[in-house]
Design a protein around this ligand. Structure first.
Ligand code: GLN
Length: 199
C-alpha cells in the first residue's frame, strides 16, 4: 500500500517522516496522475488559502474529489481539514466540499493563541493523545453521517470521520505518537466505498 501526501504547501515533510517510521511506502503528490498510484491521501496543515490556490493551479482539486468519492481514504489535518469541509465561515478558500462539516478557520485566535491539549480520541486505545493546535480551525457543524472522534472540554469537535474521510484540527505529525496515522492506514487499507458512505 502506498500513501500520498499532498506536497504543494505546508508541513508535508513531517507527515512523510511519520509514515516512514511506520514503514509505509509514501509519495509526495504534486501532479494529478500521481493520485492513481496511491491508496490514500493526506492533506497537511499549512495555509488553506495558499493550499487552495495551488491545488487549482496544479489541477488537483477535481482529481482529489474524484479519489475521495471513489472510496479512497483522505485525511486533512488543520488547513487540510478546512479543505475537506462542505462550508467554511469565510469566503476564502473555496473548500473541496467532501465532508459534511462546517468549519471555522483560526477559531482560537492568532498564532500566539496556539495551544496543546490532551484529547480522548474514539477508535484509539484509552491513552490520551497529545494534540497540538496551531492557528487551528474548529468544526462548527457536524452532519448526520459524520462521526465525532474527539472534542475539546467545551464540546467543540476537533476530530471527525465520515466513511473513508477524516479530518483533525490539530497536528499529529508534529508528535511522536503514530496512532492516528495508523488509524488512517487502516482506513486506507479498507476503503468504505465513497465519500460519506460506511462508518
Ligand atoms: N490558520 C490556517 C488556515 O486558516 C491553518 C493553520 C494550520 O494548518 N496549522 O489555513
Amino acid at each position: 500500500m502506498r500513501i500520498g501526501v499532498l506536497a504543494v504547501q505546508g508541513d508535508f515533510a513531517e507527515h512523510i517522516a511519520i509514515l516512514r517510521r511506520l514503514n509505509v511506502d509514501c509519495l509526495e503528490v504534486r501532479l494529478p496522475e500521481q493520485l492513481d498510484d496511491v491508496s490514500g491521501l493526506i492533506i497537511p496543515g499549512g495555509e488553506s488559502t495558499t493550499l487552495s490556490r495551488l491545488m487549482s493551479i496544479y489541477n488537483l482539486r477535481e482529481p482529489v474529489q474524484d479519489m475521495a468519492r471513489a472510496g479512497k481514504a483522505v485525511w486533512g489535518t488543520c488547513a487540510g481539514m478546512i479543505m475537506l469541509a462542505h462550508e467554511i465561515t469565510e469566503a476564502d478558500p473555496v473548500p473541496l466540499q467532501l465532508m459534511d462539516i462546517g468549519v471555522r478557520r483560526n477559531a482560537f485566535g492568532r498564532q500566539i493563541d496556539s495551544f496543546e491539549q490532551e484529547l480522548d480520541i474514539a477508535g484509539l486505545d484509552s491513552r490520551p493523545f497529545h494534540a497540538i493546535f496551531i492557528r487551528a480551525p474548529v468544526v462548527m457543524r457536524v452532519g448526520d453521517k459524520v462521526k465525532t472522534l474527539a472534542t475539546l472540554a467545551d464540546g467543540q469537535a476537533v476530530a471527525v470521520r465520515q466513511g473513508n474521510l477524516m479530518a483533525t484540527a490539530f497536528h499529529p505529525e508534529l508528535t511522536r505518537d503514530t496512532r492516528l496515522h495508523q488509524y488512517f492506514l487502516d482506513l486506507a487499507a479498507a476503503p468504505a466505498g465513497g465519500a460519506g458512505r460506511g462508518s
